[in-house]
Design a binder for this molecule. Structure first.
Ligand code: HEM
Length: 312
């Protein structure tokens, strides 16, 4: 065998893209001849991120269900839900418990960022302004404009990289949401403490902000975030990447062509490949994800019903 270090189908596929058509045919034929079937997938999210996202889903759904059952307590739906939970008072306790889980998830994520920085021996400047930053930058603006052009048939699909502009938006929406909903929620939880240094009417203001920001957050996540992640034609009916951590190579190549090209060019693609998760894990994940999606969509329908037909 001439090759001492066998290359994966992924690397050969990339070579095939850039070579002439005949070279490409030869590369594919030789890949078939020398490689066993390469089932490995691209690892997009490490283990900690998958666990934290699952905690975020469970805590957010619990907060939305219990919080909205208080907000729309005059609807029969809310009465049934809170009876199921043991009454409106218990719903309030469950709400507070889920809030603690959400604060904990957020704190672990921030600590994880510091640990990652130390492990990768990098700087905050490189993390915040490097090519794979989660901060919005000029390229995102260009990709946003290019995406609109693509939507109306005036250009090709942009060569998205590690994070698209809408993924960055979703990420920071959580930061913003936790600051606004979290701080007002704590004010409602500990009114005596907060009114030691804030004027009393601020409790009323905090209730309005908390309540309306909750509507905004649930409305956004269960429609825009769900559509962008699961319902767009390439992903329909569900994208399990955040749960399994894996995505097929073909999907990486189609969805994030710039990231794929950069990984191949730097020779780092191989170290991000792993065997797929066992079938039973994928099936369990699908059941969990279907329950989460179904609950989210039901909450949207409930909000619409309460706002349009029963609002008080
Ligand atoms: C993350 C930290 C949060 C804390 C500390 C918190 C805390 C609270 C507290 C103490 C109340 C008053 C409950 C009662 O009267 O028994 C409340 C109400 C409420 N919460 Fe939260 N909450 C948080 C997050 C959320 C989230 C993420 C949502 C929705 C997505 C939400 C939606 C609501 C709603 C709709 C109400 C009822 C407000 C009203 O009466 O109009 N909360 N929250």
């Amino acid at each position: 065998m001439p090759d001492s270090k066998p290359q994966s189908a992924a690397t050969l596929n990339y070579a095939a893209d850039t070579a002439t058509a005949r070279d490409a045919q030869r590369a594919r034929a030789s890949a078939r001849a020398i490689l066993p079937v390469d089932r490995r997938e691209f690892v997009r999210f490490p283990h900690l991120y998958r666990v934290l996202h699952a905690c975020m889903i469970v805590s957010f759904l619990t907060l939305a269900l219990t919080g909205l059952s208080l907000k729309f307590s005059y609807t029969s739906w809310a009465a049934k839900l809170s009876r199921l939970l043991g009454g409106f008072e218990t719903a309030g306790y469950v709400h507070r418990f889920a809030a603690v889980v959400m604060f904990f998830t957020f704190t672990v994520h921030v600590i994880g960022l510091f640990k990652q920085k130390r492990r990768d021996k990098t700087t905050w400047k490189a993390i915040l302004f490097g090519p794979n930053t989660l901060l919005p930058n000029k390229r995102d603006l260009h990709e946003f404009v290019a995406t609109i052009k693509w939507f109306v048939g005036m250009g090709p699909r942009p060569q998205y990289g590690r994070w698209t502009y809408w993924e960055k938006f979703d990420y920071f929406a959580v930061f913003w949401g936790i600051v606004v909903i979290g701080s007002t929620g704590l004010t409602l939880w500990f009114p005596v403490f907060f009114t030691r240094f804030l004027p009393g009417p601020f409790i009323n203001v905090a209730t309005i902000i908390h309540s309306d920001e909750a509507l905004l957050a649930t409305g956004f996540i269960f429609t825009v975030h769900f559509f962008n992640t699961h319902l767009r034609p390439e992903k329909f009916p569900m994208d399990t990447t955040i749960f399994t951590g894996h995505m097929p190579l073909a999907e990486l190549k189609r969805d994030k062509p710039r990231e794929y090209a950069e990984l191949v060019a730097s020779g780092e693609l191989e170290q991000h490949l792993e065997e797929p998760q066992p079938e039973i894990v994928v099936k369990t994940i699908r059941v969990f994800a279907w329950i989460a999606l179904g609950t989210g969509f039901s909450v949207v329908i409930w909000i619409l019903y309460a706002m349009l037909f029963a609002y008080r």
